[in-house]
Design a protein around this ligand. Structure first.
Ligand SMILES: NC(=O)c1ccc[n+]([C@@H]2O[C@H](COP(=O)([O-])OP(=O)(O)OC[C@H]3O[C@@H](n4cnc5c(N)ncnc54)[C@H](O)[C@@H]3O)[C@@H](O)[C@H]2O)c1
Length: 259
């Protein structure tokens, strides 16, 4: 043992983490996991009332939480949120670009407005929030950006083409962020969750055919639980990953590795 013990590699004490879309699902699980590792949390969602209720529950459970309700797909709203952080001297050390939506429809029936909404919410949001966070991280010479991709960052699936395009974009946006910001002490990486048990997938979980397909197609033989993303998120948010950049880590029960 060294005379002065080093801080644990995965300790996030003193760091502030903004997790977009953290009022429920994977975002909430990731936020609570980062909080368990010591981070102060800024939670986000579009609806201020439901976000306030979630933040109150998290505070009750002992987390240090502030809420910031804004639409991640709107440039003016994102810029205003970061101006408010600046005014309150809140420095975002860790950004998790998690907010996302799904829209299932065959491409020949798809309207431009739905294509645009999915691209804006799942991909453009990571550009907008990432840009505002990185502007400030670059000045401080430190920052962690974690983008949430999907198995569709690698593989297509019928009826979810705009989602697939957005998540494929997340994979290369992550590499682009690493290319531009690694020299400034920022690491940008991504997590690709497999099929996880969240509200977004409720209809699929309740469809016996789809449920059986997921269980049969996933080597682990089951859906993932949201808190199974926490270990990877804490790793990518902590000093343990200081020389890891531009990577995408799939947390999918082995699904992408097998036919
Ligand atoms: N559930 C899965 O199996 C799965 C698999 C792979 C990737 N993902 C991705 O993980 C992320 C979270 O998914 P989830 O299953 O928890 O979804 P969810 O629908 O349960 O939660 C999505 C969250 O994003 C928020 N959100 C949506 N649009 C927003 C906007 N414009 N501004 C701010 N917040 C907004 C919602 O309020 C909600 O809090 C998404 O990016 C999704 O694509 C999910």
């Amino acid at each position: 043992m060294p005379a002065t013990p080093k801080p644990p590699l995965f300790d996030l004490s003193g760091r502030t983490a903004l997790v977009t879309g953290s009022s429920r699902g994977l975002g909430r699980a990731i936020a609570e996991g980062l909080g368990d590792a010591g981070a102060r949390l800024v939670v986000n969602g579009r609806d201020p009332d439901s976000l306030a209720a979630v933040a109150a529950e998290m505070r009750e459970a002992g987390y240090d939480v502030r809420e910031a309700s804004f639409d991640v797909a709107r440039e003016d709203a994102v810029e205003a949120a970061f101006a408010a952080f600046d005014a309150d001297m809140i420095e975002i050390d860790i950004l998790v670009n998690n907010a996302g939506i799904q829209h299932r429809q065959p491409m020949v029936e798809l309207r431009l407005a739905d294509w645009q909404r999915v691209i804006d919410t799942n991909l453009t949001s990571a550009f907008l929030v990432g840009r505002e966070a990185a502007k400030r991280m670059i000045g401080r010479g430190y920052g962690k950006v974690i983008n949430i991709g999907s198995l569709t960052s690698e593989l297509a699936r019928a009826t979810v083409i705009p989602y697939t395009v957005a998540k494929g974009g997340i994979r290369l946006l992550t590499k682009g962020m690493a290319a531009e910001w690694a020299g400034a002490g920022i690491q940008a990486n991504a997590i690709g969750p497999g099929y996880m048990l969240t509200d977004m997938n409720e209809a699929l979980v309740n469809d016996p055919t789809f449920d059986a397909w997921v269980k049969g197609r996933t080597p682990a033989g089951r859906w993932g639980a949201p808190d199974e993303l926490v270990g990877t998120a804490v790793f990518l948010a902590s000093d343990a990953s200081n020389y890891v950049n531009g990577q995408m880590i799939y947390v999918d029960g082995g699904m992408l590795s097998v036919l």
